[in-house]
Write a new protein. Structure first.
Length: 430
């Protein structure tokens, strides 16, 4: 059995990924002080830009916005435990089912300003709270703050996560489960030259000899460099090596994965819940697996939202079955929303705001934070302490304030990771 100690090193006393419990340990030096009870964090991405008038920022076309009723019948703004949601039991039944069951633990955040209409730039901003391409996303930062003991503190199930300078704390399955090519040494992978990989698999004492050699080299680097900064980098490399060994010894990720085949959102969510419950990882990110960039036909948003909520319902069920529902915050994001009006192709183009769903973690739900103007879907200013619209102020819910608010809700000291950002306190303190 193997286990990571307080410095991220691997001790031969207990590999938590194969065991049920795990004792309390100290955090890594320099890691953020928690501001509240630490929560696990799951980030669900809907890449491409959703039209939030179909769901959490409902608009009927009578408002001047081309709402879903412009392209479908049966649309109505319904209240689910205090949340106004655009409902259509025929077109989006799984979405209706989610809010009917979980509105009391769900917070809607509207009018998040991303300040761009470029996909990749907006994805960076909404996921990290930053404009720097070297920033880590919210789920990664939560794992860095609270998950140093896990085998893979941050598990990215699709390859779309951002780890910034924290690569030693993270692992990615790849969109098509490419990680199996590393974990399953019997899996033959074709190469362009006609060869197959792996060409060499250590057997018996060979792997032990290789590990011992790498440990000796790590020790020589430490002795030679000496300086604190250099030593820290060597220690980070060592921690990454230790986690790689622990990962290779585990069979958890090989159960239910198929090489070259992307898992459904439901299967991703169920796997994430299982691995978090077994303390294999602290936080995770998953992807809806759908393209939301509906320039040509806005009616595609019906199926996109309904499929998304199939996965979200599965995630809630899995977190509850695993007993970690109250210990986990789920954040559902897309990098932008769509224009207020239909274009000539009956689709909608890019708009520099978005919305988010936050649920679980014992949150006081049934609340809407932020808002948008009735006919243009522009972000409205808010009181950051409550998250409520306050047009006497000039404080928008920017992507940075949103990310800081999510991290604060997860018990992360935002002053360490987003020191220049104000916090949207309304998620937990409002």
């Amino acid at each position: 059995m193997h286990k990571f100690d307080a410095n991220g090193s691997w001790s031969r006393r207990g590999f938590l990924g194969l065991a049920g419990g795990f004792g309390a340990i100290s955090m890594l030096p320099g890691i953020a002080r928690a501001t509240g009870a630490p929560k696990r964090l799951v980030v669900v991405r809907a890449d491409g830009g959703w039209d939030v008038t179909f769901c959490m920022d409902p608009r009927l076309s009578s408002s001047g916005v081309d709402g879903p009723d412009a392209v479908a019948s049966g649309e109505e703004i319904a209240s689910y435990g205090g949340l106004p949601i655009m409902a259509n039991a025929v077109e989006r039944p799984n979405m209706d089912a989610f809010f009917a069951a979980h509105a009391a633990e769900t917070i809607v955040i509207n009018g998040i300003s991303v300040g761009s209409i470029v996909h990749e730039e907006c994805r960076l901003r909404i996921a990290t709270g930053s404009r720097s391409s070297t920033s880590a996303d919210m789920a990664c930062l939560s794992a860095v703050a609270h998950g140093s003991s896990e085998t893979l503190p941050y598990l990215d199930l699709t390859g779309g996560g951002r780890v910034g300078p924290h690569a030693a704390m993270a692992g990615s399955l790849g969109r098509n489960n490419q990680i199996l090519g590393l974990l399953d040494r019997t899996l033959e992978l074709p190469a362009p030259d006609g060869a197959t990989f792996p060409r060499y698999t250590p057997q018996g004492g060979q792997r032990t000899a290789l590990d011992e050699y790498l440990d000796v080299r790590r020790g020589r680097f430490t002795d030679r460099l000496g300086a604190r900064a250099a030593t820290a980098r060597v220690d980070t490399l060592g921690a990454a090596m230790d986690r790689q060994r622990a990962l290779m010894d585990s069979t958890l990720l090989q159960q239910g994965l198929s090489f070259g085949q992307a898992g459904s959102l439901s299967s991703q969510c169920e796997l994430a819940a299982t691995l978090m419950a077994q303390d294999f990882c602290h936080s995770a990110s998953v992807d809806s697996g759908q393209g939301w960039d509906t320039h040509d036909d806005i009616t595609e948003q019906h199926g996109l939202f309904d499929n998304l909520f199939v996965g979200l319902n599965s995630l809630v069920d899995a977190l509850q079955v695993e007993g970690i529902w109250n210990d986990t915050i789920v954040v559902v994001i897309s990098e932008m929303t769509r224009t207020p009006k239909l274009n000539a192709d009956r689709g909608k183009d890019h708009w520099p705001n978005t919305s988010a769903l936050v649920f679980g973690g014992g949150l006081d739900g049934g609340r809407v934070l932020g808002g948008t103007t009735s006919s243009t879907l522009d972000a409205l200013p808010v009181h950051l302490e409550s998250g409520q619209v306050d047009e006497s102020r000039d404080t928008l819910i920017t992507y940075g304030r949103f990310a800081a608010g999510v991290l604060h809700a997860a018990g992360v000291d935002t002053g360490v990771f987003l020191p220049d950002e104000e916090v949207l306190h309304g998620i937990v303190d409002g």
